[in-house]
Write a protein that binds this ligand. Structure first.
Ligand code: ASP
Length: 329
């Protein structure tokens, strides 16, 4: 495997280029394959057994938390966690940055998710200024960024299109609350690294993709289309990435003002989707994908969820520079 740039903090999409993306996808597959045998799993578990990680997740999380925790276990890293800031010294008035600095005294890696934007970036800056910096991984920052989700989504797309030349030249639909969906935002940014991808943003006008993303896509000549009507575009999609309404970010019940039921997939909608298309969702879902769809071979979201654990193991492995040791297992 070609070794590309190193990785320390993982904060946002700007850090990734095509060679790192390809490198991380290859590493993910290697780890996933090696972990299939007991010997492989035990060997992986010995690689970072001298490391400790702090999972600081003050915004609710099921998949991201569990997949990071499991990814650490796969590589032998011991974890501690804070999920409720009222149990930490923040309640005594300690600043979040002082708390982060304290974590760095005890662990070798900090993975963090916060409701507010920009905290992971500020924490990484703090680390860069202290004597014993530890890497910070952004596991979701408000409605802005979710870079590790974007990486696992890239992996799921690449894998799903394995026999069809990967992501290049595909038409990828993104549907739902695109304005406040950080997964869609982060994934859209990464699409500029693939050749001739066309993005189709399907959302009610009030929840369409942000101007900042469109500007970035324009600057990189990525073709995109915005529409309100799923049925008009469904037959041309190679992948459809469905998301839920992000109403935790409502300031005055704005999500209640739209009929979001139009932005959902059931058996009828599946009939319009190409036979070899893939259907993704970062989860949790509400009514956007009917459970009957789960048994369709195009439904990829449960695999996407598992891919998260493997990709996060690959990210951590790259941060600690153990790619060659993994290859040698
Ligand atoms: N789990 C994803 C996130 O944390 C998607 C979602 O919550 O809708 O952003």
């Amino acid at each position: 495997m070609q070794n590309t740039d190193t990785l320390f903090h993982v904060i946002d999409h700007k850090q990734f280029n095509r060679s790192i993306l390809d490198n991380l996808c290859n590493l993910t597959t290697v780890i996933r394959t090696k972990a299939k045998s007991r010997e492989g799993l035990l060997a992986l578990r010995s690689l970072l057994a001298d490391k400790r990680a702090m999972l600081y997740f003050t915004q609710p999380s099921t998949r991201t938390f569990l997949s990071f925790n499991t990814a650490c276990q796969i590589l032998g890293i011991q974890t501690s966690e804070i999920r409720d800031p009222s149990t930490s010294s923040e309640i005594k008035g300690e600043s979040l940055l002082d708390s982060i600095r304290t974590f760095s005294s005890y662990v070798d890696l900090i993975v963090m998710r916060t409701l507010e934007e920009g905290i992971a970036a500020t924490s990484a800056n703090l680390m860069n200024s202290i004597e014993r910096p530890v890497p910070i991984i952004n596991a979701g920052s408000g409605k802005d960024q979710h870079p590790t989700q974007a990486l696992l989504d890239v992996y799921t797309l690449e894998h799903g299109f394995e026999k069809r030349g990967g992501i290049d030249k595909k038409v990828i639909g993104m549907m739902g609350d695109l304005k406040r969906g950080r997964t869609v935002r982060s994934l859209s940014y990464l699409m500029k690294h693939y050749h001739n991808v066309k993005l189709v943003f399907i959302a009610p006008p009030a929840f369409q993709i942000g101007e900042d993303i469109k500007k970035e896509l324009d600057a990189h000549e990525v073709e995109y289309l915005e529409t309100e009507t799923l049925e008009d575009v469904l037959p041309e999609l190679d992948a459809l990435y469905v998301t839920r309404m992000q109403d935790e970010h409502d300031t005055h019940n704005e999500s209640k003002a739209v009929d979001f039921s139009r932005y959902s997939i059931g058996i009828e909608e599946l009939k319009l989707l190409k036979q070899d298309a893939i259907l993704m969702h970062p989860l949790p879902r509400r009514d956007e994908i009917h459970p009957d769809v789960d048994k369709d071979p195009r439904a990829m979201y449960w695999r996407q969820e598992r891919n998260g654990m493997w990709m996060r193991a690959a990210i951590i492995a790259k941060i600690f520079g153990i790619e060659a040791s993994i290859q040698n297992i």
